[in-house]
Design a protein around this ligand. Sequence first.
Ligand code: HMG
Ligand code: MG
Length: 298
Amino acid sequence: NWPKHVTIKEVGPRDGLQNEKTAIATEDKIAWINQLSKTGLTYIEITSFVHPKWIPQLADALDVAAGIERAPGVTYAALVPNQKGLENALTTQVDEISVFMSASETHNQKNINKSISDTFPVLTAVVQEAKRAKKTVRGYLSTVFGCPYEGEVSIEQVAAISERLFEMGVDELSLGDTIGVATPRQVEAVLNSLLKKFPKEKLSMHFHDTRGTALANVLLSLEMGITTFDSSLGGLGGCPYAPGASGNVATDDLLYMLHGMGIATGIDAGRLTEAALFIQNKIGRALNSHYLQTVDPC
Ligand code: HMG
Ligand code: MG
């Protein structure tokens, strides 16, 4: 009972690059995103409009968003934490605005400098204004499966905040395993709870692969009917406000598994590999994905 088609949302240019030490030139980011646009991906998160002191790697958000070639059929998204970020995002042509918060108090505070309760009104205003500007809105909930500061996070808390985000009007909710602690039974428990309240088409899974469990968690999610997954090419990235967090599940590994299972993605593996080699070369070290180890870099 696996789905026939899965949508992969590429978050490498944002979640990947935000945590890489190597500074990538703006023109290289643009060239990479343009390459990604030709792989068959239908969704690319290109940057975030956050404070440059908090995320210096993405301080060129305006230039990246203005510089890319927009391919037909591709949704270009950007992360926005507040009104100021939205103002900046709306000067560009991004199609989708992603708001974000955490399921645990301490991570929320460290990541966006606010309590959970103070975050709701900020995001509510952002969602309303983004909708007025005819943008679709994605919500991210971080630390769903565990918090680097607080440890366990209750499913009730996850469900309650998810409900608030949907009430605000987010079109889709991405459930983040920010520090890559989830295992399949836990994914099953969280999804069992959330799927009683929200349709599976409105949920996306965002697994970091810190402990090597991401693909197992994807498989379990597929079995529960989830058809949208976030991933980062080559396994780039992490979250700078979650100590020890490593990259997202690698898009190339995910693609290999899905295609091998006969699940279509619309993505061309060869073109994707070219794009992975391009960014690997700019980062200047071997990327973490398994698939890329099998590819001759020349
Ligand atoms: P703050 O210091 O509380 O902001 O930061 P403030 O509202 O008090 O404003 C202070 C100054 O910042 C003001 O400037 C504002 O204009 C400016 P001043 O008047 O002093 O000159 N400012 C901004 N400048 C540019 N862009 C903005 C912005 N907002 C205010 N958007 C803030 C609050 C949210 C801005 C800060 O905490 C921040 O930027 N945090 C971002 C952290 C981040 O990006 N984390 C990584 C992304 S989340 C993630 O990776 C998880 C995810 O992948 C899912 C998962 O894996 O779980 C999504
Ligand atoms: Mg993430």
